[in-house]
Design a protein around this ligand. Structure first.
Ligand code: CP
Length: 319
């Protein structure tokens, strides 16, 4: 694997889930695979789970990791070709990325959408510039439109729970929009939809208020229902996430009803397990009673971030 930006960079999703589970069972089984190799982790915005799990994963493969908080500690970076840099940006990606390509064996990058210019965000201009100029394999630690390591961890978690719940048919998985106090990217929702659709091992429904439709390139294949109660009927898994509008890009159109999940809404489900990528705004996106209850998978999801990262880094090291 030369790059890991989306579900389409993985040859086989079942195979990489299996690889992750093998690392979960034996974390140090490939502890020399990355010996004398270095992973650079670049963060252009905050992170807890992604930063820590990626470092742990690399360490268990014998790699050394260097973390660089570009957003808060580095020179302000310019990504526009031909830019006259007489403003606030100090260093062009054309100059910075090749140096990182010299320092590291694999580059992992977290970028973020501006949520102002949809075309710029959905072209994934920033992460593609890193790929173009670094000249080494690149892992997305979340980009403008997708969060592939999160989605892989999510599928690992669903796979484990399907086995634990002895579900024999395809589980019903519902991606359910949740309220938030500010506009958030569509990355996690886009990415989860993409991975579930490519995986093909679930009956997939998405529910959200009108005005919050996601880009159909990620959702095609899913059933879209605007009535949350109807969508949750017989659900085995509910993935809760807020996102801002794709059409009226980056805005928060008004909506009717109470979209926060609580125990009452779980009554018509198939004892559904509840997922969220975290961080979560308690009692805005998800109620305390769900997060602190027995149906929550959020800690298992976060724990599985290590094994997802380890499977992906190992796959790159073996290429
Ligand atoms: N889920 C996730 O990516 O968490 P962080 O933003 O803390 O890395």
């Amino acid at each position: 694997m030369k790059q890991f930006l989306s579900a389409y960079d993985v040859k086989s999703i079942p195979a990489i889930i299996q690889s992750a589970l093998e690392y979960k069972a034996a974390p140090w089984k490939d502890e020399t695979l990355g010996k004398h190799k270095r992973l650079g982790c670049l963060f252009m915005n905050p992170s807890m789970r992604t930063r820590l799990s990626t470092q742990i994963a690399a360490q268990q493969l014998g790699m050394e990791t260097v973390v660089f908080n570009v957003g808060s500690e580095g020179w302000a970076m310019e990504f526009e070709d031909g830019a006259i840099m007489n403003g606030t940006t100090v260093e062009h990606i054309k100059d910075a990325a090749p140096i990182m390509g010299n320092y590291f064996d694999i580059l992992a990058v977290r970028t973020f959408p501006g949520l102002k210019d949809r075309d710029a965000d959905y072209n994934e201009h920033i992460i593609h510039q890193f790929i173009k100029y670094a000249g080494i394999p690149v892992i997305s630690l979340e980009s403008a439109t997708l969060h592939p390591l999160q989605s892989l961890a999510d599928l690992i978690t669903i796979h484990e729970s399907v086995l634990a719940k002895s579900i024999t048919n395809k589980p019903k998985v519902v991606l359910s929009w949740a309220p938030h106090v500010k506009p958030l990217p569509q990355c996690v929702a886009n990415s989860f939809a993409q991975w579930v659709n490519v995986w093909g091992e679930a009956e997939f429904t998405i529910t959200h208020p009108k005005g919050y439709e996601l880009d159909t390139q990620f959702t095609k294949g899913a059933t879209i229902i605007h009535d949350q109660e109807e969508a949750l009927n017989n659900a085995d898994f509910i993935y809760v996430k807020n996102w801002s509008a794709f059409e009226q890009y980056g805005t928060m159109p008004p909506y009717d009803g109470d979209w926060m999940l609580n125990n009452k809404k779980l009554e018509k489900t198939n004892q559904a397990k509840v997922m969220h990528c975290l961080p979560v705004r308690r009692n805005v996106e998800l109620s305390d009673e769900i997060l602190d209850g027995t149906y929550s998978l959020v800690n298992q999801q976060a724990a599985n971030r290590v094994w997802a990262a380890q499977a992906v880094i190992a796959s790159m090291l073996k290429t």
